[in-house]
Design a binder for this molecule. Structure first.
Ligand code: NAD
Ligand code: TYD
Length: 338
């Protein structure tokens, strides 16, 4: 099989490519990525000489480039996106362009060449839960709250519409918060690990009682694999980690695992419109695909901390360029709006 992976130089995409080639060594993968600040070919340096792997630099919003790479492929697995909620609050433009327009261009190209399309989405499209609410499932109405989740919701609707209207062979997965190696140090887990290693305080937004469900990226890759192999065309599958934890509890766990103390915590102003809780009911994936998360959260955190400790130069290289400027702008956004 020949698979086009979009956004394969990012966090989940690069982990997925490693996973896929380990488990399907004779398949061919084309990694199509624009290499934004979040795209990093270092994540794939171990396989750059693998004859089954090919990198093409390009933008999912460029129709000619996309048509060219989609031709001759059997399957598109679409990860490419702007993915950070805080950046979407500062400026939604790239999120609308890449996440919505880029998905439409890929769908058009998949239609043109009759290629199956698997869309990677998020539980954030369902909005925010109260503590007493049941977890999100495939029937939960869409209610996105941030510019990021609104752009992902729009892309999910387009995928469904292309299946319904044109008969395109599509599937969608809506997954909870991922963690693991190669995650850009702007999301809470890699940011807090790298700050704690460097002796910098960790900024907890608001009261820290917001809850997220965490899934190890390898469990996510295995879920995508099963959807590709066994999922029903036109269907959506929710994937979760069965690991709900508040940001404050998560922060205290990281502090303990890294041998630091709680004086490292700094409570800062809250993210505007901050979603209070996400949780996923993944029983459809269990019943129909035989999937459930297998990596225990504390074990996964320990191995992730180990990876970041051993890859501090990778982290430092991520922090070059615009990183400092981004943080200065973000914190000024927080103080002016909260
Ligand atoms: P990421 O930000 O780490 O990587 C995104 C990748 O997409 C980068 O390599 C970037 O260069 C590439 N990209 C961005 N714009 C592009 C464009 N216009 N053309 C081509 N490539 C482009 O993101 P991630 O965390 O790996 O997320 C991957 C996907 O998974 C996204 O669709 C995201 O919405 C979804 N998702 C993420 C999480 C999570 O916890 N990170 C959870 C659920 C779903
Ligand atoms: P994040 O990793 O950005 O993922 P998402 O917003 O997609 O869930 O944030 C996870 C949670 O951690 C979210 O509730 C916001 C919170 N958070 C902080 O408290 N401090 C931080 O510096 C960051 C980046 C996030």
């Amino acid at each position: 099989m020949k698979i086009l992976v979009t956004g394969g130089a990012g966090f989940i995409g690069s982990n997925f490519i490693h996973y896929w080639l380990q488990n399907h060594p004779t398949d061919d993968i084309i990694n199509f990525d624009k290499l934004t600040y979040a795209g990093n070919l270092e994540n794939l340096s171990e396989i750059e000489k693998n004859s089954h792997y090919n990198f093409v630099k390009g933008d999912v919003c460029d129709r000619e480039q996309v048509l060219d790479v989609v031709k001759d492929t059997d399957l598109i697995v679409h990860f490419a996106a702007e993915s950070h909620v805080d950046r979407s609050i500062m400026d939604p433009s790239d999120f609308i362009r890449t996440n919505i327009l880029g998905t439409q261009i890929l769908l058009d190209s998949a239609r043109e060449y009759e290629v199956r399309f698997h869309h990677i989405s998020t539980d954030e499209v369902f909005g925010a839960l109260k503590p007493e609410d049941p977890a999100f499932n495939e029937k939960t109405p869409y209610d996105p709250k941030s510019p990021y989740s609104a752009s992902k919701a729009a892309s999910d609707h387009l995928v469904r519409a292309y299946h319904h209207t044109y008969g395109l062979k599509t599937t969608i997965s809506n997954c909870s918060n991922n963690y693991g190696p190669y995650q850009f140090p702007e999301k809470i887990i890699p940011l807090f690990i790298s700050n704690l290693i460097e002796g910098i305080k960790v900024p907890v937004y608001g009261d820290g009682n917001q809850v997220r469900d965490w899934i190890h990226v390898d469990d996510h890759s295995r879920g995508i694999e099963l959807i590709i192999e066994k999922g029903e065309i036109g269907e959506t599958y929710c994937l979760g980690g069965d690991s709900e934890i508040s940001n404050l509890e998560l922060t205290k766990t990281l502090i303990k695992l890294l041998g630091k103390d709680e004086s490292c915590i700094e409570f800062v102003k809250d993210r505007p419109g901050h979603d209070r809780r996400y949780a996923i009911d993944f029983s459809k994936a269990t019943n129909e695909l035989g999937w459930k998360p297998e990596i225990n959260f504390e074990d996964g955190l320990k191995s992730t901390i180990h990876w970041y400790k051993n890859n501090q130069e990778w982290v430092e290289r991520c922090k070059s360029g615009d990183y400092q400027g981004y943080y200065e702008e973000w914190y000024s956004t927080l103080s002016s709006r909260a």
